[in-house]
Design a protein. Structure first.
Length: 326
C-alpha cells in the first residue's frame, strides 16, 4: 500500500547537499584528511565532528543529507543528530546500499568496503538502514552501479525496489567508473510493469570528469532527479596544483571565487542538475563550498574550465583508483 508519494529533491530550498563519505569513517581517499580531521579520529571525535558540520549545514540552509551503509558510522551519526535535534523542518535523508564497510574503523585496512548488489544484501542493508532511520528515509540508492551490475538486470531486486517506492521511499542509483554514461542509460530503461524503477541518478561530474553529462541530461529530460557527487574530484579541485592552476587561477581571479566554490559552481550551472553534494569535513570547508551558489561567471569561462581541464574517463578513473585511503 502506498503511504505517501516518494519525495523529490526538487523541493529542497538549497541546491547544495551534504555527503557524509568523509565524515562517517576515519579513512577515505579525499586529499588533506590529515589536516582536516580531529586527532586520533576515534569514534567519539568523529561523531562530534559530524554533528558539528551537520549543525552548521542546517543553520546555513542545507536540507539534503547523503549517507551510505559503507560510510562507516555515517548513518548512525546522522540518525543520532536527527534524534537529538527535535523538529528540523525540510530535512531529506538519502542513503545507499550495495557496499559493506569492512575496515573495522582502521585507516590502514587492506579492504575498506566490499561491493555486492544481490537481493540478499539489499534485504539485509535495508533492514539495517531502517533500524536507524525508521520512516525518515527519503531516498535509497544502489551504490556505485556500473554497466555489469545485477542491479540493472535482476527482476526480483527490481520488484523489491518498486515495493520500497510504494512505501514512499524514492529509489535511485549512484554510478562510478569510466562507463557512467552506459550505466545511467541502462538504468533509464529498467521498469516493472511499465513503471520506471529508478527515479534518481547520483553520478560523478566535475570539470576533470564531465563525461556523464549527456546521459545525465537525458535522465533529467526523462524526469529523473540528478544529484552530483565528487564535484571537487576528491579534493583535487580544492587544492593548489600547478597542473590545474593555469586554467583555474585566471577564472578564480576574475570571479573572486575560491577553487572549490568555482568547481562546485560549474556543476550547479549545468541545466540538468538538481543537487550538488559537498563532501566537506569541516565547517570552514562547507562555508567555502556553499559560496558556490554566489559565483557568477560567463559561458566562456565555464567552457574553458570544462574543455581545458577535462580528462578522458579512463585517465580520470585510473588516477582515482590509485588515490590512497588516508
Amino acid at each position: 500500500m502506498v503511504t505517501q508519494p516518494p519525495p523529490s529533491l526538487a523541493d529542497v530550498p538549497h541546491r547544495i547537499g551534504l555527503g557524509l563519505a568523509a565524515l562517517g569513517r576515519p579513512g577515505y581517499i579525499n586529499l588533506g584528511r590529515e589536516r582536516d580531521l580531529p586527532p586520533g579520529r576515534d569514534v567519539a571525535a568523529m561523531r562530534r565532528r559530524t554533528h558539528e558540520v551537520l549543525d552548521f549545514a542546517y543553520a546555513h540552509g542545507v536540507r539534503y543529507f547523503d549517507a551510505a551503509r559503507s560510510y562507516g558510522r555515517a548513518e548512525e551519526f546522522l540518525a543520532e543528530w536527527l534524534d537529538a535535534g527535535g523538529d528540523r523542518p525540510g530535512v531529506m535523508v538519502g542513503s545507499k546500499w550495495g557496499y559493506t564497510y569492512t575496515a573495522g574503523w582502521r585507516v590502514d585496512a587492506e579492504t575498506h568496503e566490499v561491493k555486492d548488489h544481490s537481493v540478499g544484501v539489499y534485504d539485509r542493508q535495508l533492514a539495517e538502514t531502517r533500524a536507524l532511520f525508521g520512516d525518515r528515509l527519503d531516498l535509497y540508492q544502489v551504490h556505485s552501479v556500473t554497466p555489469d551490475s545485477p542491479a540493472l538486470t535482476d527482476p526480483v531486486l527490481h520488484r523489491r525496489l518498486v515495493a520500497l517506492a510504494g512505501q514512499g521511499v524514492a529509489v535511485g542509483i549512484s554510478t562510478s567508473g569510466p562507463r557512467q554514461r552506459d550505466a545511467i542509460r541502462a538504468a533509464l530503461d529498467v521498469s516493472v510493469d511499465g513503471r520506471p524503477v529508478f527515479g534518481s541518478v547520483q553520478s560523478t561530474w566535475n570539470v576533470l570528469e564531465p563525461s556523464a553529462g549527456p546521459a545525465l541530461a537525458e535522465a533529467h529530460e526523462a524526469g529523473r532527479t540528478v544529484i552530483i557527487k565528487e564535484g571537487l574530484a576528491n579534493g583535487r579541485l580544492a587544492e593548489r596544483d600547478p597542473r590545474l592552476d593555469a586554467v583555474l587561477a585566471p577564472v578564480a581571479e576574475a570571479t573572486g571565487a575560491s577553487y572549490d566554490a568555482l568547481a562546485l559552481a560549474a556543476a550547479l550551472r549545468q541545466p540538468w542538475v538538481d543537487v550538488v553534494l559537498s563532501g566537506a569535513a569541516t565547517e570552514d570547508q562547507l562555508a567555502s563550498n556553499l559560496r558556490a551558489t554566489d559565483v557568477r561567471f560567463d559561458d566562456s569561462q565555464l567552457g574553458r574550465l570544462v574543455t581545458e581541464l577535462a580528462q578522458t574517463p579512463a585517465a580520470y578513473w585510473d588516477h582515482r583508483s590509485r588515490m590512497p585511503w588516508n
